[in-house]
Design a protein around this ligand. Structure first.
Ligand code: NDP
Length: 372
């Protein structure tokens, strides 16, 4: 079948012209180059951590064309039972945190999507890599750069891919702005503003427990402004300054940041001014300004639809559930070697962690921290 298609393509003939069943293409353009596409093979994914976001991803994967939910790893048997029914998952693909290492003997699972609390990402990623499966890990990839580097190294040593759940990198309006910036449509970019925050509820949740969260709002939501500043400006920052405000030290204990304002300096002269908070709502906004034009997005990183405009007019790409696009694109990255517009690999995740480390250091010392 494969040989027949290559022959037809080489001969410049279409299946239709020869009255044969139409076939999906075996080749696709990626980054300007013709590349081979693995025909029809889905990425078979097990989700680890069947919580709120894991559920959202599983629902979104129902519409995926290249990725398929085939397994679960969970500490809660009742959830496993419910997911087996809802997603038609066989018992042989169900694991808990004590047994998931056995996944190495399961040929029906290609990758594990780690969607557990931040403080467990390293342990879980290392475990999955050791079992020889590709890892997709939620953001923040780890709780500091040292852990992140260990994860990158472990996946490399195990010969598996490590991707981070940066769903915005695949969102159409976001990509339009990034492409405009790459084309020089904004001219020399000099300023970015990122506002990321919400009022956090239940004080007993893991997001406010340093051991499991690794920090506060910065780890959870501030990271969107860090990552956004990098993909909107298209450069890596060279310095950081940061200031913390804590109004509720009972709810936001030692190490758990409530509100941090931070600034990032970029080599081309741009400055990003950002806010990360767990104490204010209505903060989901990006603004990019250059000497030839601007882009503003609000909401900029929520589940969408992402809305905004540039100096050329409104952003009007149709909304697609972010996690559906993300998982299909990640399947193409893992299975076909597709190169994404903005990286989503472990090194990309590590870059954000280096900046987060520097922000916490700047808060502590009150000094400008160099990133070079
Ligand atoms: P939840 O608390 O809703 O779910 C986390 C799940 O992890 C739990 O339900 C549980 O699943 C499992 N788990 C394993 N060990 C623990 C533990 N010690 N304490 C608590 N839960 C544990 O969190 P979220 O789903 O909201 O967040 C999970 C990850 O996803 C985080 O890293 C977060 O930053 C990220 N996230 C990313 C988003 C995005 O847009 N990219 C959006 C929201 C979250 P089980 O019972 O099956 O073991």
């Amino acid at each position: 079948m494969k040989n027949r298609r290559i022959f037809l393509q080489k001969a410049g003939l279409s299946a239709l012209a020869l009255n044969l069943t139409p076939l999906k293409p075996l080749w696709a353009l990626n980054d300007g180059k013709l590349m081979h596409v693995t025909e029809d093979k889905p990425l078979r994914v097990a989700i680890m951590g069947l919580g709120s976001y894991g559920t959202r991803v599983a629902q979104a994967m129902k519409d995926c064309k290249r990725a398929k939910l085939v397994g679960v790893i969970s500490g809660t048997p009742s959830k496993v039972e419910a997911w087996q029914k809802e997603y038609n998952i066989p018992a042989k693909n169900c694991y808990n945190y004590d047994t998931y290492h056995q996944i190495k003997d399961n040929p029906d699972i290609d990758a594990v999507y780690v969607i557990t609390p931040n403080g467990l990402h390293k342990e879980h990623t290392l475990g999955v890599a050791k079992a020889g499966k590709h890892v997709i890990c939620e953001k923040p990839m780890a709780v500091n750069a040292k852990e992140g580097k260990e994860m990158v190294d472990a996946c490399q040593a195990a010969g598996v891919q490590l991707l981070v759940g940066y769903r915005m990198h695949f969102e159409a309006n976001t990509q339009e702005v990034i492409k405009m910036q790459m084309n020089g449509d904004f001219g020399k970019v000099l300023f970015f503003q990122g506002l990321s925050g919400f009022i956090i509820g239940d004080p007993t949740q893991w997001r406010l427990n340093y051991e499991l969260s690794g920090g506060g709002a910065m780890m959870d939501i501030g990271i969107y402004s860090i990552n956004g500043a990098r993909y909107m400006i298209g450069e890596e920052p060279i310095w950081v300054t940061a200031q913390e405000t804590k109004n509720d030290p009972v709810k936001f204990k030692e190490g758990v940041d409530e509100t941090i304002q931070f600034q990032l300096g970029f080599p081309g002269g741009a400055v990003a001014s950002c806010l990360s908070t767990y104490s204010m709502n209505n903060l989901d906004k990006f603004f990019l300004n250059g000497n030839k034009g601007f882009a503003e997005m609000q909401p900029s990183t929520g589940y969408g639809p992402i809305q905004g405009r540039t100096h050329k007019g409104p952003l009007s790409n149709p909304h697609v559930t972010h996690q559906t696009t993300q998982m299909d694109e990640m399947a193409a990255i893992i299975l076909d070697g597709k190169k994404p517009l903005v990286p989503v690999d472990g090194v990309e995740g590590l870059r954000d962690l280096v900046i987060i480390d520097a922000i916490y250091q700047a808060v502590k010392t009150g000094e400008k921290v160099s990133l070079v």
